[in-house]
Design a protein around this ligand. Sequence first.
Ligand code: ADP
Ligand code: MG
Length: 349
Amino acid sequence: TTATHASRIHVLDPRLTNQIAAGEVVERPASVTKELLENAIDAGSRRIELDVEQGGARLLKVRDDGVGIGEEDLPLALARHATSKIESLEDLEGVSSLGFRGEALASISSVSRLELISNASDDPRDGWRVVAEGRGMEARVTPAPHPRGTSVSVRDLFFNTPARRKFLRTEKTEFAHVEEAFRRQALSRYDIAWVLRHNQKTVHQLPPGDSPAARERRIASLLGKNFIEHARFIEREAGALRLSGWVGLPTHSRAQADQQYFFVNGRVVRDRLVAHAVRQAYRDVLYNGRHPVFVLYLDLDPDVVDVNVHPTKHEVRFRDGRMVHDFLYSSLHHCLAHTQPVAENFVGE
Ligand code: ADP
Ligand code: MG
């Protein structure tokens, strides 16, 4: 019987191995959004547009004006473990691009109908389209004109993995997650112009601008005027560590920890050490159960932080965690100690 009969060992076909890998990183439309936007950033784009239909379950399309992919490289773009971003272990250890695993497009295209169109030249009549076909996911490349840059369309996410599709929530909920993924990327690069549309309606249109005023305008449009009116700009340096951003004052705490953005070298992370340092710094100025708001950027030498901890790269490991923790705590503590509403009122009267 089948129960006792040993199966022969065989190598799984590429589509199946990619679908298995997708289980780790492709959870919902928002995870696809993150990967596609990161690729567009890594390509050096100046303008990135995201079109969403039905919360992303029907369509996610990212169009960028980055370097594009040459015809010779296109067959590899959708292949697993194929990347242009690192070549060696040394590269990995000092990696500054957002991607490096060479897995996202392979994983996503194994669980959706993915089409990539790209042009690496300045002639808008050039351009190629690639899709991965069949169980072997063979690349099929055909001509398709496109201005310099890349468009990736992901249709019908999880159409072939019903178990996954069952976990998709309502259009409204999925779009809220997609918008959050967009918000994080838009807060990571002020020099890039961003557009987000849902069902053909413009949700965000963010012009580029690196000046403090332009940054504050972007934050206000992504997180609300209230945020920026109750936040204090911070900028501190210690050795190779640099912290900057906006620290919410105790006058604008929230019931949920839903407006807390911490970027390490341009990448949003959720890190326990960072969370602890922040909590400590706010401990004396916030009521119990209230959550601070902040948008903070920590920049440090890529060599002293390991981003290859988890496939989603939401976690990092600092070489000297203690030092990072103390720097964060003292910077925030110092900033908050001088901006307490009590002290301000006292001075004002
Ligand atoms: P990774 O980003 O880890 O390298 P991906 O699967 O996300 O892996 O992408 C594979 C490769 O396809 C990238 O290394 C890059 O060379 C190319 N690529 C993907 N998206 C873009 C894009 N928007 N513009 C230019 N090249 C891209
Ligand atoms: Mg990538």
